[in-house]
Design a protein around this ligand. Structure first.
Ligand SMILES: [Zn+2]
Length: 304
């Protein structure tokens, strides 16, 4: 159960992360032999799913396909007390056309998440993000030697210099600027033509989330924030951002896109923003509901 009122897609895992069990080698070994334990399969960042959602394989079967313990992650225990794992299959060929034939297909998470349950989307997000981190941190950032997995996949240790490396979660401030009865959306040149979204940027060292939101507004759109109000956050597993969403009231409507991050900005009234979310404006659309940007616009339309 989430302790917050608003929950974005990719949050809301139903699992007890059971952090203390990550250090319990005997318990983990027993769970890997337990026929009730399950595993989700990841291959090249894609998740194994069928029409019903994520495919939960018996973990003993999954670890015969990918026996390398470095590719295993303990996700937690489910409401029945069963242990859940994820395996990152390293096969060059598509395992769904090999040892996993008939058990589903591997899908990119972003389109897949549109049809997964919220609980499955959150489980998939944890597995994908963690394995992406592992893939990018196989060598020690301190001394350059190979690292190895520890704590059931949640940590990497360098046997050479003994540095410990933990999964990254990079904070991004994402905000909807508002001025009276209008909100501002922007678009980047690389986006699908017609898509308008909230403004966003990575938080820099030595900066609060609110300061990052205000700085990005000024840099990207030339707007000055007079108040910044928190709405909600979203783990974004592409590969490992933490989107922190704000509504930002600005001092005037003289917005200018910087032409570096943003190629254009556009003000929308509440009615126009509502129509945009509903897909009722010709040639313009907002991100889908799974994106926190959509939820920020919706919250403002509904006078959050
Ligand atoms: Zn090292």
């Amino acid at each position: 159960m989430s302790p917050v009122a608003f929950q974005n897609t990719f949050a809301g895992s139903p699992l007890d992360r059971a952090g203390a069990r990550r250090l319990d080698a005997a318990w983990l070994a027993a769970r890997l032999m337990d026929p009730a334990s399950w595993a989700v399969a990841v291959w090249n960042g894609k998740l194994l799913a069928d029409e019903a959602g994520l495919v939960m394989l018996p973990v003993a079967f999954a670890t015969t396909i990918e026996p390398d313990p470095d590719k295993l992650l303990f996700l937690g225990t489910d409401h029945l007390g069963k242990a859940g794992f994820a395996v990152d299959i390293a096969d060059a060929g598509d395992p769904a056309a090999g040892p996993l034939e008939g058990r589903g297909e591997f899908h990119e998470l972003r389109p897949l998440a549109m049809r997964l349950s919220g609980e499955h989307a959150a489980i998939a997000a944890s597995a994908r993000s963690l394995f992406e981190w592992r893939r990018r941190h196989r060598w020690c950032a301190n001394c350059g030697q190979p690292t190895r997995a520890a704590e059931a996949g949640w940590k990497r240790i360098c046997p050479s210099c003994h540095a410990e490396h933990f999964p990254r979660t990079d904070p991004v401030a994402i905000m909807l600027p508002t001025f009276g009865d209008r909100c501002l959306l922007g678009r980047q040149a690389s986006w699908t033509p017609g898509m308008w979204s909230a403004l966003a940027g990575f938080v820099e060292p030595g900066e609060s989330l609110e300061e990052a939101a205000a700085r990005e507004l000024l840099e990207e759109a030339g707007l000055t924030a007079v108040s910044v109000r928190y709405h909600s956050s979203q783990p974004w597993p592409f590969p490992s951002q933490m989107m922190v969403g704000f509504l930002a009231e600005v001092s005037d409507d003289q917005a200018t896109p910087d032409q570096t991050e943003l190629e254009a900005v556009r003000w929308f009234t509440r009615l126009e923003a509502e129509a945009l979310l509903a897909g009722k404006i010709d040639g313009a659309f907002a991100p889908p509901p799974l994106a926190i940007a959509h939820q920020l616009i919706k919250a403002w339309v509904e006078r959050f």
